[in-house]
Write a protein that binds this ligand. Sequence first.
Ligand code: AHM
Ligand code: MG
Length: 332
Amino acid sequence: DQSNLAYSVGITLDRFIKLKQSDFPFASGELSQLLRDIALAAKIVNRETNRAGLANIGGAFGQTNVQGEEQQKLDVIANIRFMRALSKGGEVCAIVSEEEDAVIDLKNNSGKYVVAIDPLDGSSNIDVNISIGTIFSIYRRKTPVGSPITEADIMQPGNQQVAAGYVLYGSSTMLVYTTGCGINGFTYENSLGEFFLSHPDMKAPEDGKIYSINEGLEQEWEPAIAAYVRQCKAEKLQSRYIGSLVADFHRNLLKGGIYLYPATQKNPSGKLRLLYEANALALLIEQAGGTATDGHRRILDIQPESLHQRTPLIIGSRNMVEQVKGLIQSTP
Ligand code: AHM
Ligand code: MG
């Protein structure tokens, strides 16, 4: 079929972006350039990730980030790489990053785009050689080009994303993205230094056999979540939890499944961040035919109120997510 043909002739990410440029809501070429900038930074981070053990750059850096978590050295490196790529290109006016306390105003008033990014998610997995990821969301600014950025440019709900994606640094490195017309996956060919289209037009199975949740926190869940997990066990579903959001999400997207990070006593709004973790994955899953909710609201419709706001996240195959929603809404 056409997708196999595309792969066999080797469609690179660059070429694909060019071919798809007319799909963009604002076909200016700048969004294409921005995606290419992100892909280039991803290649660099991929290289650093691959030699993390060798170059002795893994491990604690002795700093904590804004959430008070220990920051690994590779997080810092990834943050620097992406910041550089996003600020040099000229398309971006502001960046929100997990690693930065405040909005980075690039003072580039001609930039049309705002980017929210988690440069290296799942960083507790770096030192133990387990997959990690980059997650990014791209918004068009709300205020006119040429004026200073305002809060309205930054605090946009996920349904305003013009593009989103992730990079998975795993047994192979992949970049998966959407511009709102389906989602496509690219696998990195190390020796050629190119991403090639390997997963055209990805679709999330409507049902799945995998559930992913940190079961160690069971005593802190609300009853509906506990009831759902009991149901999963009664149906003998597979429990799979890497503890690296991008990797858990990617597996469930390909195989069919559900990922849950619900509210806990310690984190009453869940652990994951709306702006640079939940929103991008929510757009991707919807574009692939799945669903993402906080249990009550569509993730993409949540109006952000603060930069590092957390949200419960229930995401994946549509029927599984609907089942959880049903339980939450029917449990007093
Ligand atoms: P991080 O942004 O500090 O890396 O935390 C996010 C990670 C996700 O990748 C993962 O899904 C989740 O935290 C796991 O949390 P927990 O260890 O509480 O299960
Ligand atoms: Mg993170």
